[in-house]
Structures are given as C-alpha cells and as structure tokens.
Design a protein around this ligand. Structure first.
Ligand code: ADP
Ligand code: MG
Ligand code: MG
Length: 304
C-alpha cells in the first residue's frame, strides 16, 4: 500500500515568480486510477512536474508526501523504522523520488546514439535500484549517527559499482514478461533510441518504462494526445495492465474524455486556475464531455 498525498500544494515558476498552483489537494493510492482533467493552462502539467521535482518550479507552500508500506520496501536490506516509511518528496531530488516509486516518463536525451531500448531500459532500472539502496542506507546511517559520535566513518567500503545490478540475461527475461503483459512486439526493444519512433510508439515506450520500473504511482501526462484509435486502445490496455497486474496507482492527466472510455477512472478531478475545483467518479468525466468545463467554473464562482 502506497499513498501519494498533495496537501495545499502551491508553486510558482521559479524564474518569474508567476503563481501557478494555488493549493492543490489530491490523494492517490496504489491500485487506483485517477483522472486529472481541466482546460489548457489550468496547471495539470505543472502538478505532474512538481510531483516529480522539476527545477523550473518553486514550491511556495503545502506538501507532497509518499507513504509506503512494509511490503513496498521488502526488497531493501537495511532495517527500516516505521517512521521512515513516510517521505517528504519536496526534500528529495527527482531521481530519489523515482527511486521511491514515483514515475513520470523521462524524455530520451537526443544526443544518445547507438543505444538500444533494451540497454537503455536496463540502465534506467539499475540506476533506480542503486538510488533506492543508497536512499535507505543513508536513512539508516542517519539514525546510527545519532547514537555514534565517534567522529569518523566506520562504514565498510562500497562494493563494486555493479553489485546487485540486474544483469543482461535477467533483464531479458524481465523485459520479455513485461512485453507480454503489455502485448508488445519483442522486436520493439531492439530498436535504437530516437530512431524515428512514431508519436504512438513513444507513448507505448512510456508505458513500457513504467512496466519495467514498477512504480507505486505513475503520473501519465497526456499520454492520449495524438493517438489514433488503435494505438489509443493498445496504450490503454497497457495502463490497465500496470494497475491490474502491478498494482500501480495511476494519475492520468488528460484534456479529453476519450481515453477514459478505455481506462476507467475510480476518481475524476477537475482542475481550474491551479486548484482542484471538483472531484467525483467516472460519471463526472462524462458530464464534462457533454457540457465542457464552464459549468464547473460557474459552480465554483457561485460558491465563492
Ligand atoms: P496544463 O497542463 O493544465 O495545460 P500547465 O501546468 O502546463 O497547464 O500550465 C499552467 C499555466 O502555467 C499556463 O498558463 C502556463 O503558461 C504557465 N506555465 C507553466 N509552466 C511555465 C513555465 N515554465 N514558465 C512560464 N509559465 C509557465
Ligand atoms: Mg499540460
Ligand atoms: Mg532509521
């Protein structure tokens, strides 16, 4: 059980001080699908980026916390106090947040040449696992330091850098399972990064990344944009598999209701002017489809 909780989250553009998020409240548990909807410019992508720790934004108030259960940290060797299961994500670097189980798709750096998807994904997984180990070891040492002020570091030398990594053969097996889960063609992973992926293939890569990294919570920002109906269905089935087979919680950001016909949300939230203006069940998305966002705005202003 993992819970991502945003409380009264406020953020501005770091460079200009322009206020974008004005108190966002949101709670996503693993295994749940939440749709975050709203008109262009309402702050949906900013919410995603602030959760991930994007440096373009400065948080000016509120909190972003991730609470894990013991089952979520069963892979970690060090002893973990219960108090260490709740993390203030705002204190952590983006890669540390990812290591704890928050997923926001990364862009492939344009300059990488001659690297296949399979190698890139394996590196990404190993980077996450290494970061994860370090994060919990650091936490453990902090606790130990408090009781030990002998003043010098008694920790053993680090092992070889690839200690505990997922090797090539093991990764091939993992990848095969994940591609079956997502009903993807195995040849896909043998392709080179940036070698002319179509828009739809990029979106499928995003789902594959999430399948490999097995996050507790995945934030998918407009993964439905620009997809034809066949590809939309493939991507949607992949998202459902992440939830059903891996228990991933999904924060699905979308401007349009269309993908929600295939990925049925448990909760729907409407964002307006940097706040969640209204939340409801799947029926709310249908209302929005029929009637647009104006009535939500009217409701909010009448209430104010
Ligand atoms: P959405 O994803 O809902 O369309 P965004 O979160 O992308 O909205 O943007 C919300 C508002 O914040 C928009 O008015 C946008 O122009 C502004 N904004 C977001 N990021 C930046 C940035 N890095 N610099 C300047 N303005 C930004
Ligand atoms: Mg956006
Ligand atoms: Mg401790």
């Amino acid at each position: 059980m993992a819970t991502l909780e945003l409380k009264n989250l406020q953020a501005q553009v770091a460079e200009t001080g322009e206020e974008i998020l004005r108190g966002v409240d949101l709670e996503v548990n693993n295994g749940e699908i939440h749709a975050l909807m709203g008109p262009n410019g309402s702050g949906k992508s900013t919410t995603a980026k602030v959760i991930a720790g994007h440096p373009a934004y400065e948080v000016t108030g509120g909190s972003v916390r991730l609470t894990l259960s013991e089952a979520d940290v069963a892979d970690i060797d060090v002893d973990i106090d219960e108090a260490d299961l709740t993390w203030d994500l705002l204190d952590l670097e983006p890669n540390e947040r990812a290591a704890l189980g928050i997923f926001l798709a990364f862009q492939y750096p344009a300059e990488i040449e001659g690297v296949t998807m399979v190698n890139f994904l394996r590196q990404a997984l190993n980077a996450k696992l290494d970061e994860r180990e370090e994060l919990f070891e650091d936490e453990d040492e902090e606790g130990a330091d408090a009781e030990d002020d002998s003043g010098y570091d008694t920790s053993p030398m680090e092992g070889p850098a690839d200690d505990g990594d997922v090797g090539v053969a093991e990764f091939q097996q993992l990848l095969k399972e994940k591609m079956e889960l997502l009903d993807m063609d195995e040849k896909f992973a043998e392709r080179y990064l940036n070698a002319g992926f179509s828009g739809g293939e990029k979106k499928q890569n995003e789902v594959l990344q999430a399948a490999i990294l097995e996050p507790s919570i995945a934030v998918l920002d407009e993964i439905d944009s620009g997809l034809d109906i066949d590809r939309l269905q493939d991507v949607s089935e992949g998202i459902n598999a992440l939830r059903d087979e891996q228990g991933t919680g999904i924060l699905q950001i979308t401007h349009y209701q269309r993908i929600l016909d295939y990925v049925e949300p448990d909760h729907v939230h409407v964002m307006l002017d940097g706040k969640i203006a209204k939340s409801g069940g799947a029926e709310l998305a249908e209302e929005l489809e029929d009637e647009g966002y104006d009535w939500v705005r009217e409701e909010v202003y009448e209430a104010a």
